[in-house]
Design a binder for this molecule. Structure first.
Ligand SMILES: *[C@@H]1O[C@H](CO)[C@@H](O)[C@H](O)[C@H]1NC(C)=O
Ligand SMILES: *[C@@H]1O[C@H](CO)[C@@H](O)[C@H](O)[C@H]1NC(C)=O
Ligand SMILES: *[C@@H]1O[C@H](CO)[C@@H](O)[C@H](O)[C@H]1NC(C)=O
Length: 378
């Protein structure tokens, strides 16, 4: 028993002496294996990490390259209209024209509605209604007094559509400068194809589909241009404009025009006629009635309808047309505008001659909104 005990003891001690050695060997093996694994994993991590960092780095840098190389950046309209270009820079930039006539993307041509105003747009709710549901087919530009800021809610079509503006004096070159500024800003959006000049007192006479179809299917641009032999026409011509502009080339027309992109570019890039009109057409020569009609008639007579799309009532006489207020807006008033019109549209007689009308006082808004759905169709 004792021996057994001793033997047992010795066996036990043997085992207990052997176990630590085995355990140590085991531990050592683990240690080596663990070390091996950690070294391998460190290298593999480094290897893959490098592999992974490269694409991560690439994607975080690529958008910068894509901005410059992707066609999107040329198609996308400017996100902010408040650029820092002065007029010289703006007109130069706006005069860029693609030399390949087919666009390499699906271009939906838009109408640019350009509002030339002192500040507020009292008839804005009417325009909002007219434009509603036609997003993607139009853009808005507003030229105001430089000090004015129109705070339109983000839901409004006029929200952030003010362009960098300057002082405008009635009948002077600064008026044409403002019109060129509007055209140039609108030209920066490659999708704008037709450019319409409007005032805060203008209203649309038909719904958007009719307006869009009429303008997009016309072979001509609607610039009023005629040879008025009287004192308010040829009488305003100054011979010092020769030979750039001769008396027989001299034209008169309404300030409120619609032109296509080609003509809009020629209006912003002009350096031939501009100095002549600036120097030799000063009040009582009202340059905004002569500069564009004359210049475009000389350059592109075959592209002009020679009539304006904006109805104006000059029947009361004087230097300013009639302004219509709350009391004037009745059913028979619209009959006066719509009936008895006759003009040429794509060389065919048409009774649809005007798409817009002026001038309307701010208090005309309420009755106009009432008639909008029944008489005007929007
Ligand atoms: C616009 O800036 C350029 C460069 O500073 C200058 O040459 C040009 O005369 C400026 N144009 C206007 C209209 O101020
Ligand atoms: C626009 O007006 C015309 C004629 O009144 C009508 O046929 C057409 O449905 C109207 N379009 C829309 C979108 O309301
Ligand atoms: C507009 O007037 C010009 C010249 O004044 C003429 O050549 C052109 O044919 C006219 N346009 C239309 C549509 O009659």
């Amino acid at each position: 028993m004792e021996e057994g005990k001793d033997l047992g003891h010795s066996v036990r001690t043997n085992i207990s002496r052997v176990l630590p050695v085995k355990a140590l060997q085991f531990l050592l093996l683990f240690l080596i294996l663990g070390l091996g694994f950690s070294i391998i994993s460190m290298y593999t991590f480094r290897f893959f990490a490098v592999q992974e960092i490269a694409p991560v780095g690439a994607t975080s840098i690529l958008p910068c390259f894509e901005e410059a190389e992707n066609i999107e950046s040329w198609i996308r309209p400017p996100s902010n209209l408040l650029h820092t270009m002065n007029d010289t820079e703006l007109l130069w930039r706006a005069s860029f024209v693609p030399q390949i006539s087919n666009y390499p993307f699906k271009r939906v041509p838009k109408i640019a509605f350009m509002f030339l105003t002192k500040g507020p747009l009292p008839l804005a709710p009417l325009w909002e209604r007219f434009l509603k549901g036609n997003e993607g087919l139009y853009s808005i530009y507003v030229h105001t007094l430089p000090s004015y800021f129109g705070d339109y809610p983000s839901s409004s079509v006029f929200h952030r559509r003010q362009i960098p503006s300057q002082m405008v004096e009635w009948g002077k070159m600064s008026m044409c400068d403002a019109e060129r500024r509007l055209l140039a800003n609108a030209l920066l959006d490659i999708s704008n194809e037709w450019f319409i000049l409007l005032s805060e007192a203008c209203i649309p006479l038909y719904n958007f589909s009719i307006v869009y179809r009429y303008i997009s299917r016309s072979r001509y641009s609607f610039m009023g241009s005629f040879d008025d032999v009287g004192p308010y026409g040829r009488g305003r011509y100054d011979q010092r404009m020769e030979p750039v502009v001769t008396l027989s080339q001299w034209r008169k027309g309404s300030q409120w025009f619609e032109v296509n992109r080609k003509l809009a570019v020629s209006m912003v890039e002009d350096i031939t006629y501009y100095p002549k009109f600036r120097d030799f057409c000063q009040p009582a020569c009202y340059v905004d009635e002569h500069y564009f009609p004359t210049m475009l008639t000389i350059q592109f007579p075959q592209l002009l309808a020679n009539r304006t799309l904006t109805w104006t009532d000059w029947s009361r006489g004087g230097a300013h047309p009639a302004t219509f207020g709350k009391g004037d807006i009745r059913e028979e008033f619209f009959r006066k505008i719509f009936e008895g019109q006759l003009c040429l549209y794509n060389n065919q007689p048409s009774s649809l001659c005007y798409l817009f009308a002026r001038k309307f006082a701010p208090n005309a808004l309420e009755p106009l909104l009432e008639f909008a759905s029944t008489v005007l169709g929007y």
